[in-house]
Design a binder for this molecule. Sequence first.
Ligand code: PEP
Ligand code: MG
Length: 753
Amino acid sequence: MQSPAIKQALGILKKLRQMSENTDNVEHKLVEMLKIITEAMQAEAATCYVVIDGNYLEQFSSYGFSSSPYKSRLRFGEGVIGEIAQNKCSVAINNIWNYPKFSITSELNERDYHSLLGAPILQWNRTIGVLAVFHSQETEYSDVDVELLETIAMFLAEIVNSPEMSEYKKSLSKSRGISTRERLKGISLNKGYGIGTAVVHRRRQLVTNIFAEDKSKEHLRLEVANRQMNEDLDAKFANTKLGIGEHVDILDTYRMFAKDKGWYRKISDNIDGGLSAEAAVERAYEDMWNRLSGSSDIYLKEKLHDLRDVSDRLLSYLSGDNRSTSDIQDKEIIIVAQTMGPAELMDYDYDRIRGLILEDGTPTMHVAIVAKALNIPVLSKIKGIFTEIQNGQRVAVDGNDGFVYINPSEQVEKHFRKKIADREEQAKKWALLCDLPAITKDGQNIGMYINVGLPLDFEYIETTKCDGVGLYRTEIPFMASETMPNVDKQVAHYRELMRKCDRKKVIFRTLDVGSDKLLPYWSYGGEANPAIGWRSIRITLDRRTILRQQIRAFIEAAEGRELYIMFPMITDIEEFKDAKETVTLEIEKEQKHGRQIPSDIKIGLMIEVPSVLFQLDEILPHADFISIGTNDLAQFMFACDRGNPKLLGRYDVLSAPFLNAMKTIIDKARQYNVYCSVCGEMASNPIETLALIGLGYRNFSCSGSAFGRIKSMIRSVNCAEVEDYVQNLLKSSRATLRPQLIAYAYDHGIEIY
Ligand code: PEP
Ligand code: MG
């Protein structure tokens, strides 16, 4: 059964289409369209706004007003129109004069209108405009009215983005003084420089055929497209270059999603309601988006990205435009996407990717994890980039400072080429350092370990010739798995690492999940403050079986070698003792069963909760080692969410309060003769590691990709001198001591880049 709104919409859209085909003048066409819409909605006036530059709403056209009730340009969130654009939700107001958000401007000189019905014009779930109709009488809008206007808005998306309207939009912006931007600022998700030809990632197909009368034909089209898509995905996954491990698990999860029956059923139901297969796919996505986008659950939000990815892929199969990108010949490409699933990255030849720009990207997004592992600079949060960049344009990505240059000048290109060449040269030099000892100028040996999580990180164990693994984030294989890995599966992961490390030390951190690291198969129950909520050791002490199984897996994977176990987020001594006791019990159990146990077991903890700083005298006598998680320690000390881009750079670990805290820890560790290292990001950043050396730290665990840089700094520093210098900084009241430390490094020839 066709819904009443769809039935009504069919007639209106037919009229709009006819008019659109028979009229050449764009401006006239827009007014005529709004006239049809006004009459069809039995309203007196209508207006249509479009989004320019990803930032503003410009009045595109209006009909029926003696003067417009709005300014010609609005911000997102400004007035009712701005509110609709921001919330991506329709609004029905029977009396606009009582509506708090209604903004009256000087243009409005008559109180002609009482009611307003507005709908966002969405494309791929992004607001590209707003359509609103006005009634002079107070009007109670029904659900059918809302659905009708939304359906018309869906059609308008096609019109607004047609080449002819895009041109018109540009001329409109120009005449109103809006310039196209050439250097855009974003947030870096991965460092590096890249320059190449823009490949706008499968700019999503516009759904032009919204309705279909022949349902059985649409069902058949859907079935064929879905089957083909899944067959191709199966083939693609079988040939993946990524090898075994976490990435494949992520991609597998994605593939399972593509085969999800509930999703398919929803699309079928939409076809039964009168929509074309394409519109049915879009509607299924929008429904899901409406349900999940408000959730604070990061995992659910990530799922939306996956669903967008699968929906786009299916749309491309429905349109027959599912050819691979292999016909793009350029040797160096920059991929630009609104959002992207990890599987889509596999459509490209990795060797050619020089950068990835995501309009809506977050660091926990799966595609960002994969891109980082592949060493591709990644930028995100650049409003409007997806619509701004055209296929084939030159683009330069600066992943260090977070800039994108569109059509860079010759000078900028030259500058980038130099940066890229410098980086390559530098990487070669760093690689040569791997055979040299990590020893300072005044002869101090520094322990250099790496942090691992992804299987791709394992390669760094050999290439860097590091002393071992200072932090194995065991939650990463858990996060990428579809179900809780059992003991055998865990043993396989851990054993692979142990064998790769041979006799080198490996510190296994027990499961550190919760907050932003969520397991897909667990419900976390929507905590108000997840970063300080039920997470990490708190979970594994409450769900003791998980901890016990993990310890058993560590013991088995050690195959009789020395074993290091570290507990994260320890907040008081009781927790540490409790966790330690669990290890003791597991060892006893293994012994009782006559199984092989490690030659020695060292048990330590992460120092990342400030309360522990005040219990070091109690805890350290019980610990074999400690490692400082500076990421969390800084987050808790400064009460500053480490994942919030708004707070980026607001507080600095290179300031007296934080450095004094770090000093307290190393001094106590020395007093109790407890091995102490740093495994947070400070140990991957040369200038910050320099400060830590100045505080007395001598062991670091950094990311594999930062290893060369850190070693180079270590080999150029004089420990005794920098200790003297840092001592003087500890009393400073400056918010950041970074400039002082950088100046010191320059003056003393210390390599910090
Ligand atoms: C830290 O908090 O510094 C740390 C190393 O742990 P993670 O980043 O995994 O929370
Ligand atoms: Mg941490």
